[in-house]
Design a protein around this ligand. Sequence first.
Ligand code: F3S
Length: 385
Amino acid sequence: MLSGKEGRATKKSMEILVALGEIYGAKNLVRVSSVQVSGVSYKNLGDAGIEFLRELATDGRARVKTTLNPAGMDLVGWRSLGIGEDFARKQLEVIDAYDKLGLEISCTCTPYLAGNEPGFAEHIAWSESSAVVYANSVLGARTNREGGPSALAASLTGRTPLYGYHLDESRSATLAVDVGAKLESAEDFSAMGYFAGKVVKNGVPYFRGVRRAGLEELKTLSAALASSGGVAMFHMEGVTPEAKGRVSGIEAVSFESRDLREATSGLNDSGDPDFISVGCPHCSLEELAKIARLLKGRKVTREFWICCSRAVKLQGDERGYSKLIEASGAKFACDTCMVVAPIETMGFKVVATNSAKAAHYMRNNGLRVRFWPLNRCVLEATKAR
Ligand code: F3S
């Protein structure tokens, strides 16, 4: 591959992987079974990104199952979301290049809910940070926090350098978090992740004392950990598959009710939102069901986006949730999200969301944010103005 016998894109990809392997002291490459590529929104890629992808697409092809992160718009319903023609044209050029490369155009940060779910101990190369944390921690698969180019290189070669979270020794906890706070909602897990990410930075937190955690709690915890810190993996006693035996001789911090309150209020600015969005990471079917129940018979009074993968939206269609949601005037934002779509250029000033990660990044994009539970986001979206 490195010699160029298998084409220019393969050679370039292998050069990227070899350089990475040398930096991190990897002794070998390892085959990967699944890849997830970030760097899909035109907002982040720009024209230089399109050029790079087009060049690779002249002779590069995915060798393993590869899915994409959210794009900058709903690839079908972008007009109804208010996306401009120029942005849409550029975004479709990006998608066209990925399509030529043989990637699956399922643009989601929850690939594990949309047909790309690796098994325990499988080596993979994923680049969406929330999905990396979920895959390592909840599924027990093995991936580093890849960048867009290194994940794409893994797709075009089927390999990644063997270092970091691919190796047993990197997967032990570095800090215990004793949870004294009562966690009552997924948003509480999100706030806890935001707190813990700041403390543990790029280490591996080990949560103790959490009584119960389902998919929705674990996916939003994963996202928050990866946004305030550089976390790629966590353990949770009695919940995650590798938690046993990973917690000896490490320091501990506590997470009490006061910390929960502070983490939540720290993500709240002031103001009445003109844009509300849920689904960071992309909504599960269970979340669609909950939103549909809350919206039944109501009308939204401000822009309200529900971000999810197209695969989950289709399941919502079959169960009648989508119809109830759309009847309220709320909009599905499939293939995209409130952070990678160019909402800050669309006149919105104050935004509300139920995700610490989304609040963090939307604030970085110059917006004022409210961080509310899902119920409150939905009900405020229907409140008289
Ligand atoms: Fe997904 Fe966008 Fe959040 S990519 S994790 S919904 S910031």
